[in-house]
Design a binder for this molecule. Sequence first.
Ligand SMILES: CC(=O)N[C@H]1[C@@H](OP(=O)(O)OP(=O)(O)OC[C@H]2O[C@@H](n3ccc(=O)[nH]c3=O)[C@H](O)[C@@H]2O)O[C@H](CO)[C@@H](O)[C@@H]1O
Length: 376
Amino acid sequence: MKRALIACGGTGGHMSPGIALAEELTSRNWKCTLLISNKQVDSRLVRKYDQFEYETVDGRPFSVRPDRLLLFLVSLVRGTLKCSRLVHASNPDVVIGFGGFLSMPAMLAGYFAGLPTVVHEANRVAGRVTRIVSWFARRIYLPKGVKIRTKRSSRIRYVGMPVRNEIVSQSKTEAKRKLGLDPQLKVLVIMGGSQGAESLNKWVKASLPALAQKEVQVFCLTGGSDTDGSMTFKSPKGTEVRSLFRRFSDDMATVLSAADLVVSRSGAGSIAEMMRCRAPGILIPYPYSADDHQVENARHFEMLGCGLRMSQDYLGDLLKEVQDVLFNEWLMQKFRHNLELADRKDVREFMANDLERIVAGNGLSMAARTEQGLRA
Ligand SMILES: CC(=O)N[C@H]1[C@@H](OP(=O)(O)OP(=O)(O)OC[C@H]2O[C@@H](n3ccc(=O)[nH]c3=O)[C@H](O)[C@@H]2O)O[C@H](CO)[C@@H](O)[C@@H]1O
């Protein structure tokens, strides 16, 4: 049985592709251990996936501020030592990093142990971790068209984002019903992401009466800052228009399938899942994302004709934009068609086939090599 150590904790955007790949590898009889952080989003997301093993590793993001840099370096050393112990205990055939602060210690530990290490980049601008580990990683998975400066360009493979098994498009009417919304009325889904949800939450609360005038229901994922709840307004025709607020959803396939339109940050995970569920969107890039990668993610989404993008500076125009798009059936159909074309369904299979080749090419597992070394 092959084993993989998958470092994917820190944000939903790192967790989801890690879980998706682990699902694929497990179906091929691999054993997967996922490295996650102590953050709430990690424990929320993994709750449903008890087929994998989990280990928590503390970590801190990189910073140039001297005090934070010191903390980062200390956590990197500690994390690498912990990951080295895990590598020796779980004896993986490959170490896989999905970016984020847990990937670096895990991949360093794998590298020091002589194991093949691979990194997956989800965003349209390669992150710091990907740029650094690309100097020693055996394989670098990038989104098509994304460039990275490395002497080892032969190790690059262009893939998209692996999506979890459960993310499948459902009937819109059924999905609306399942969420407790009126299947006859349009649904606008709001997703503020793991950071930066607050301004979208504020915008939606202020816009509810105007949306209810047009009989648009809202399903808002508040990202944890508010409590769950609902608000109801009457439309001019007397229809009760109910909107729901949830901190977190364990069923994103239903949420996205119910959406006639999504207003979202442009995290790579959300984008891939919107494509899979054919949910058109207006993307508002999180203005503080590293190297503005969310701006590039949103630009690409718009370029593919899957929806529109808007800067957070223009939130004042968002209501009009939402109303214009939501009731333009021709445009919505066009978006849905383009989402279908943009959705890459073979990413997990591609990565798993490639990993099997890498592991086969690497020959013996660490335990076997150690044993042979001892015998020699
Ligand atoms: C602020 C920031 O820098 N965010 C980054 C973070 O993504 P971040 O975690 O913000 O968001 P993503 O859109 O990439 O992914 C969110 C994931 O969480 C899941 N989810 C979300 C809400 C919920 O209620 N339930 C639920 O299950 C979604 O289904 C999805 O799989 O990592 C991504 C991948 O590197 C980057 O593209 C994002 O830019």
